[in-house]
Design a protein around this ligand. Sequence first.
Ligand SMILES: CC(C)(COP(=O)(O)OP(=O)(O)OC[C@H]1O[C@@H](n2cnc3c(N)ncnc32)[C@H](O)[C@@H]1OP(=O)(O)O)[C@@H](O)C(=O)NCCC(=O)NCCS
Length: 169
Amino acid sequence: MTSTQIRAGRFEPGEFRPRVRLAERQDLDELVRLERTCYRGVYAEHRWEREQFAYYVRNPKARIAVCRRGSQYCGYVTGVFSHRARSTTAALLSLAVAPPCRHRGIGAALLRWFEARSREEGCVSIDLEVAVVRRSARRLYERCGFEPIAIRADYYGPGDDAVRMRKTL
Ligand SMILES: CC(C)(COP(=O)(O)OP(=O)(O)OC[C@H]1O[C@@H](n2cnc3c(N)ncnc32)[C@H](O)[C@@H]1OP(=O)(O)O)[C@@H](O)C(=O)NCCC(=O)NCCS
């Protein structure tokens, strides 16, 4: 499949703008580096390793996009599509933006990219889980049209609940 590029984020005129495109094998090392930067502390144990990124890069039912600003990797999004008897749904598995690149609309741009791919796949909705404590991520998802549909107790560990959210496309 050819890679798709869209412009990302809110930047001043003339600034070097980031772009979102499909990830490839040569992005794996940088994806692992990004993951280590984005998930620290208690969430370090939930980080994806190289093998997981590699699996999703080659899986035809999955998509990973990276956001780059020149040679700098700013963030990524990944998800899978599931075709059931009656409908096709997408599951957003992970979204992360490097700390120095946050609050500039890159997270929202990565979400838009994944939504566009989900529509192309004929999906009728996108589901995701996000830790209750991740307020910035939850606000981003709500702003982008996701609604909370359930609480998953102890999803990330004892006392660390997740909210299941859904967006109908
Ligand atoms: C959640 C996450 C992906 C958001 O990425 P981001 O690039 O900062 O997202 P956005 O910039 O689109 O939106 C984040 C905030 O920046 C604000 N913002 C966006 N563009 C802005 C701009 N040009 N100027 C000022 N603020 C801006 C948004 O309004 C939003 O504010 P809020 O948090 O107060 O609601 C990022 O914080 C992250 O990687 N966190 C750790 C991993 C994680 O929690 N992942 C989600 C779990 S699956």
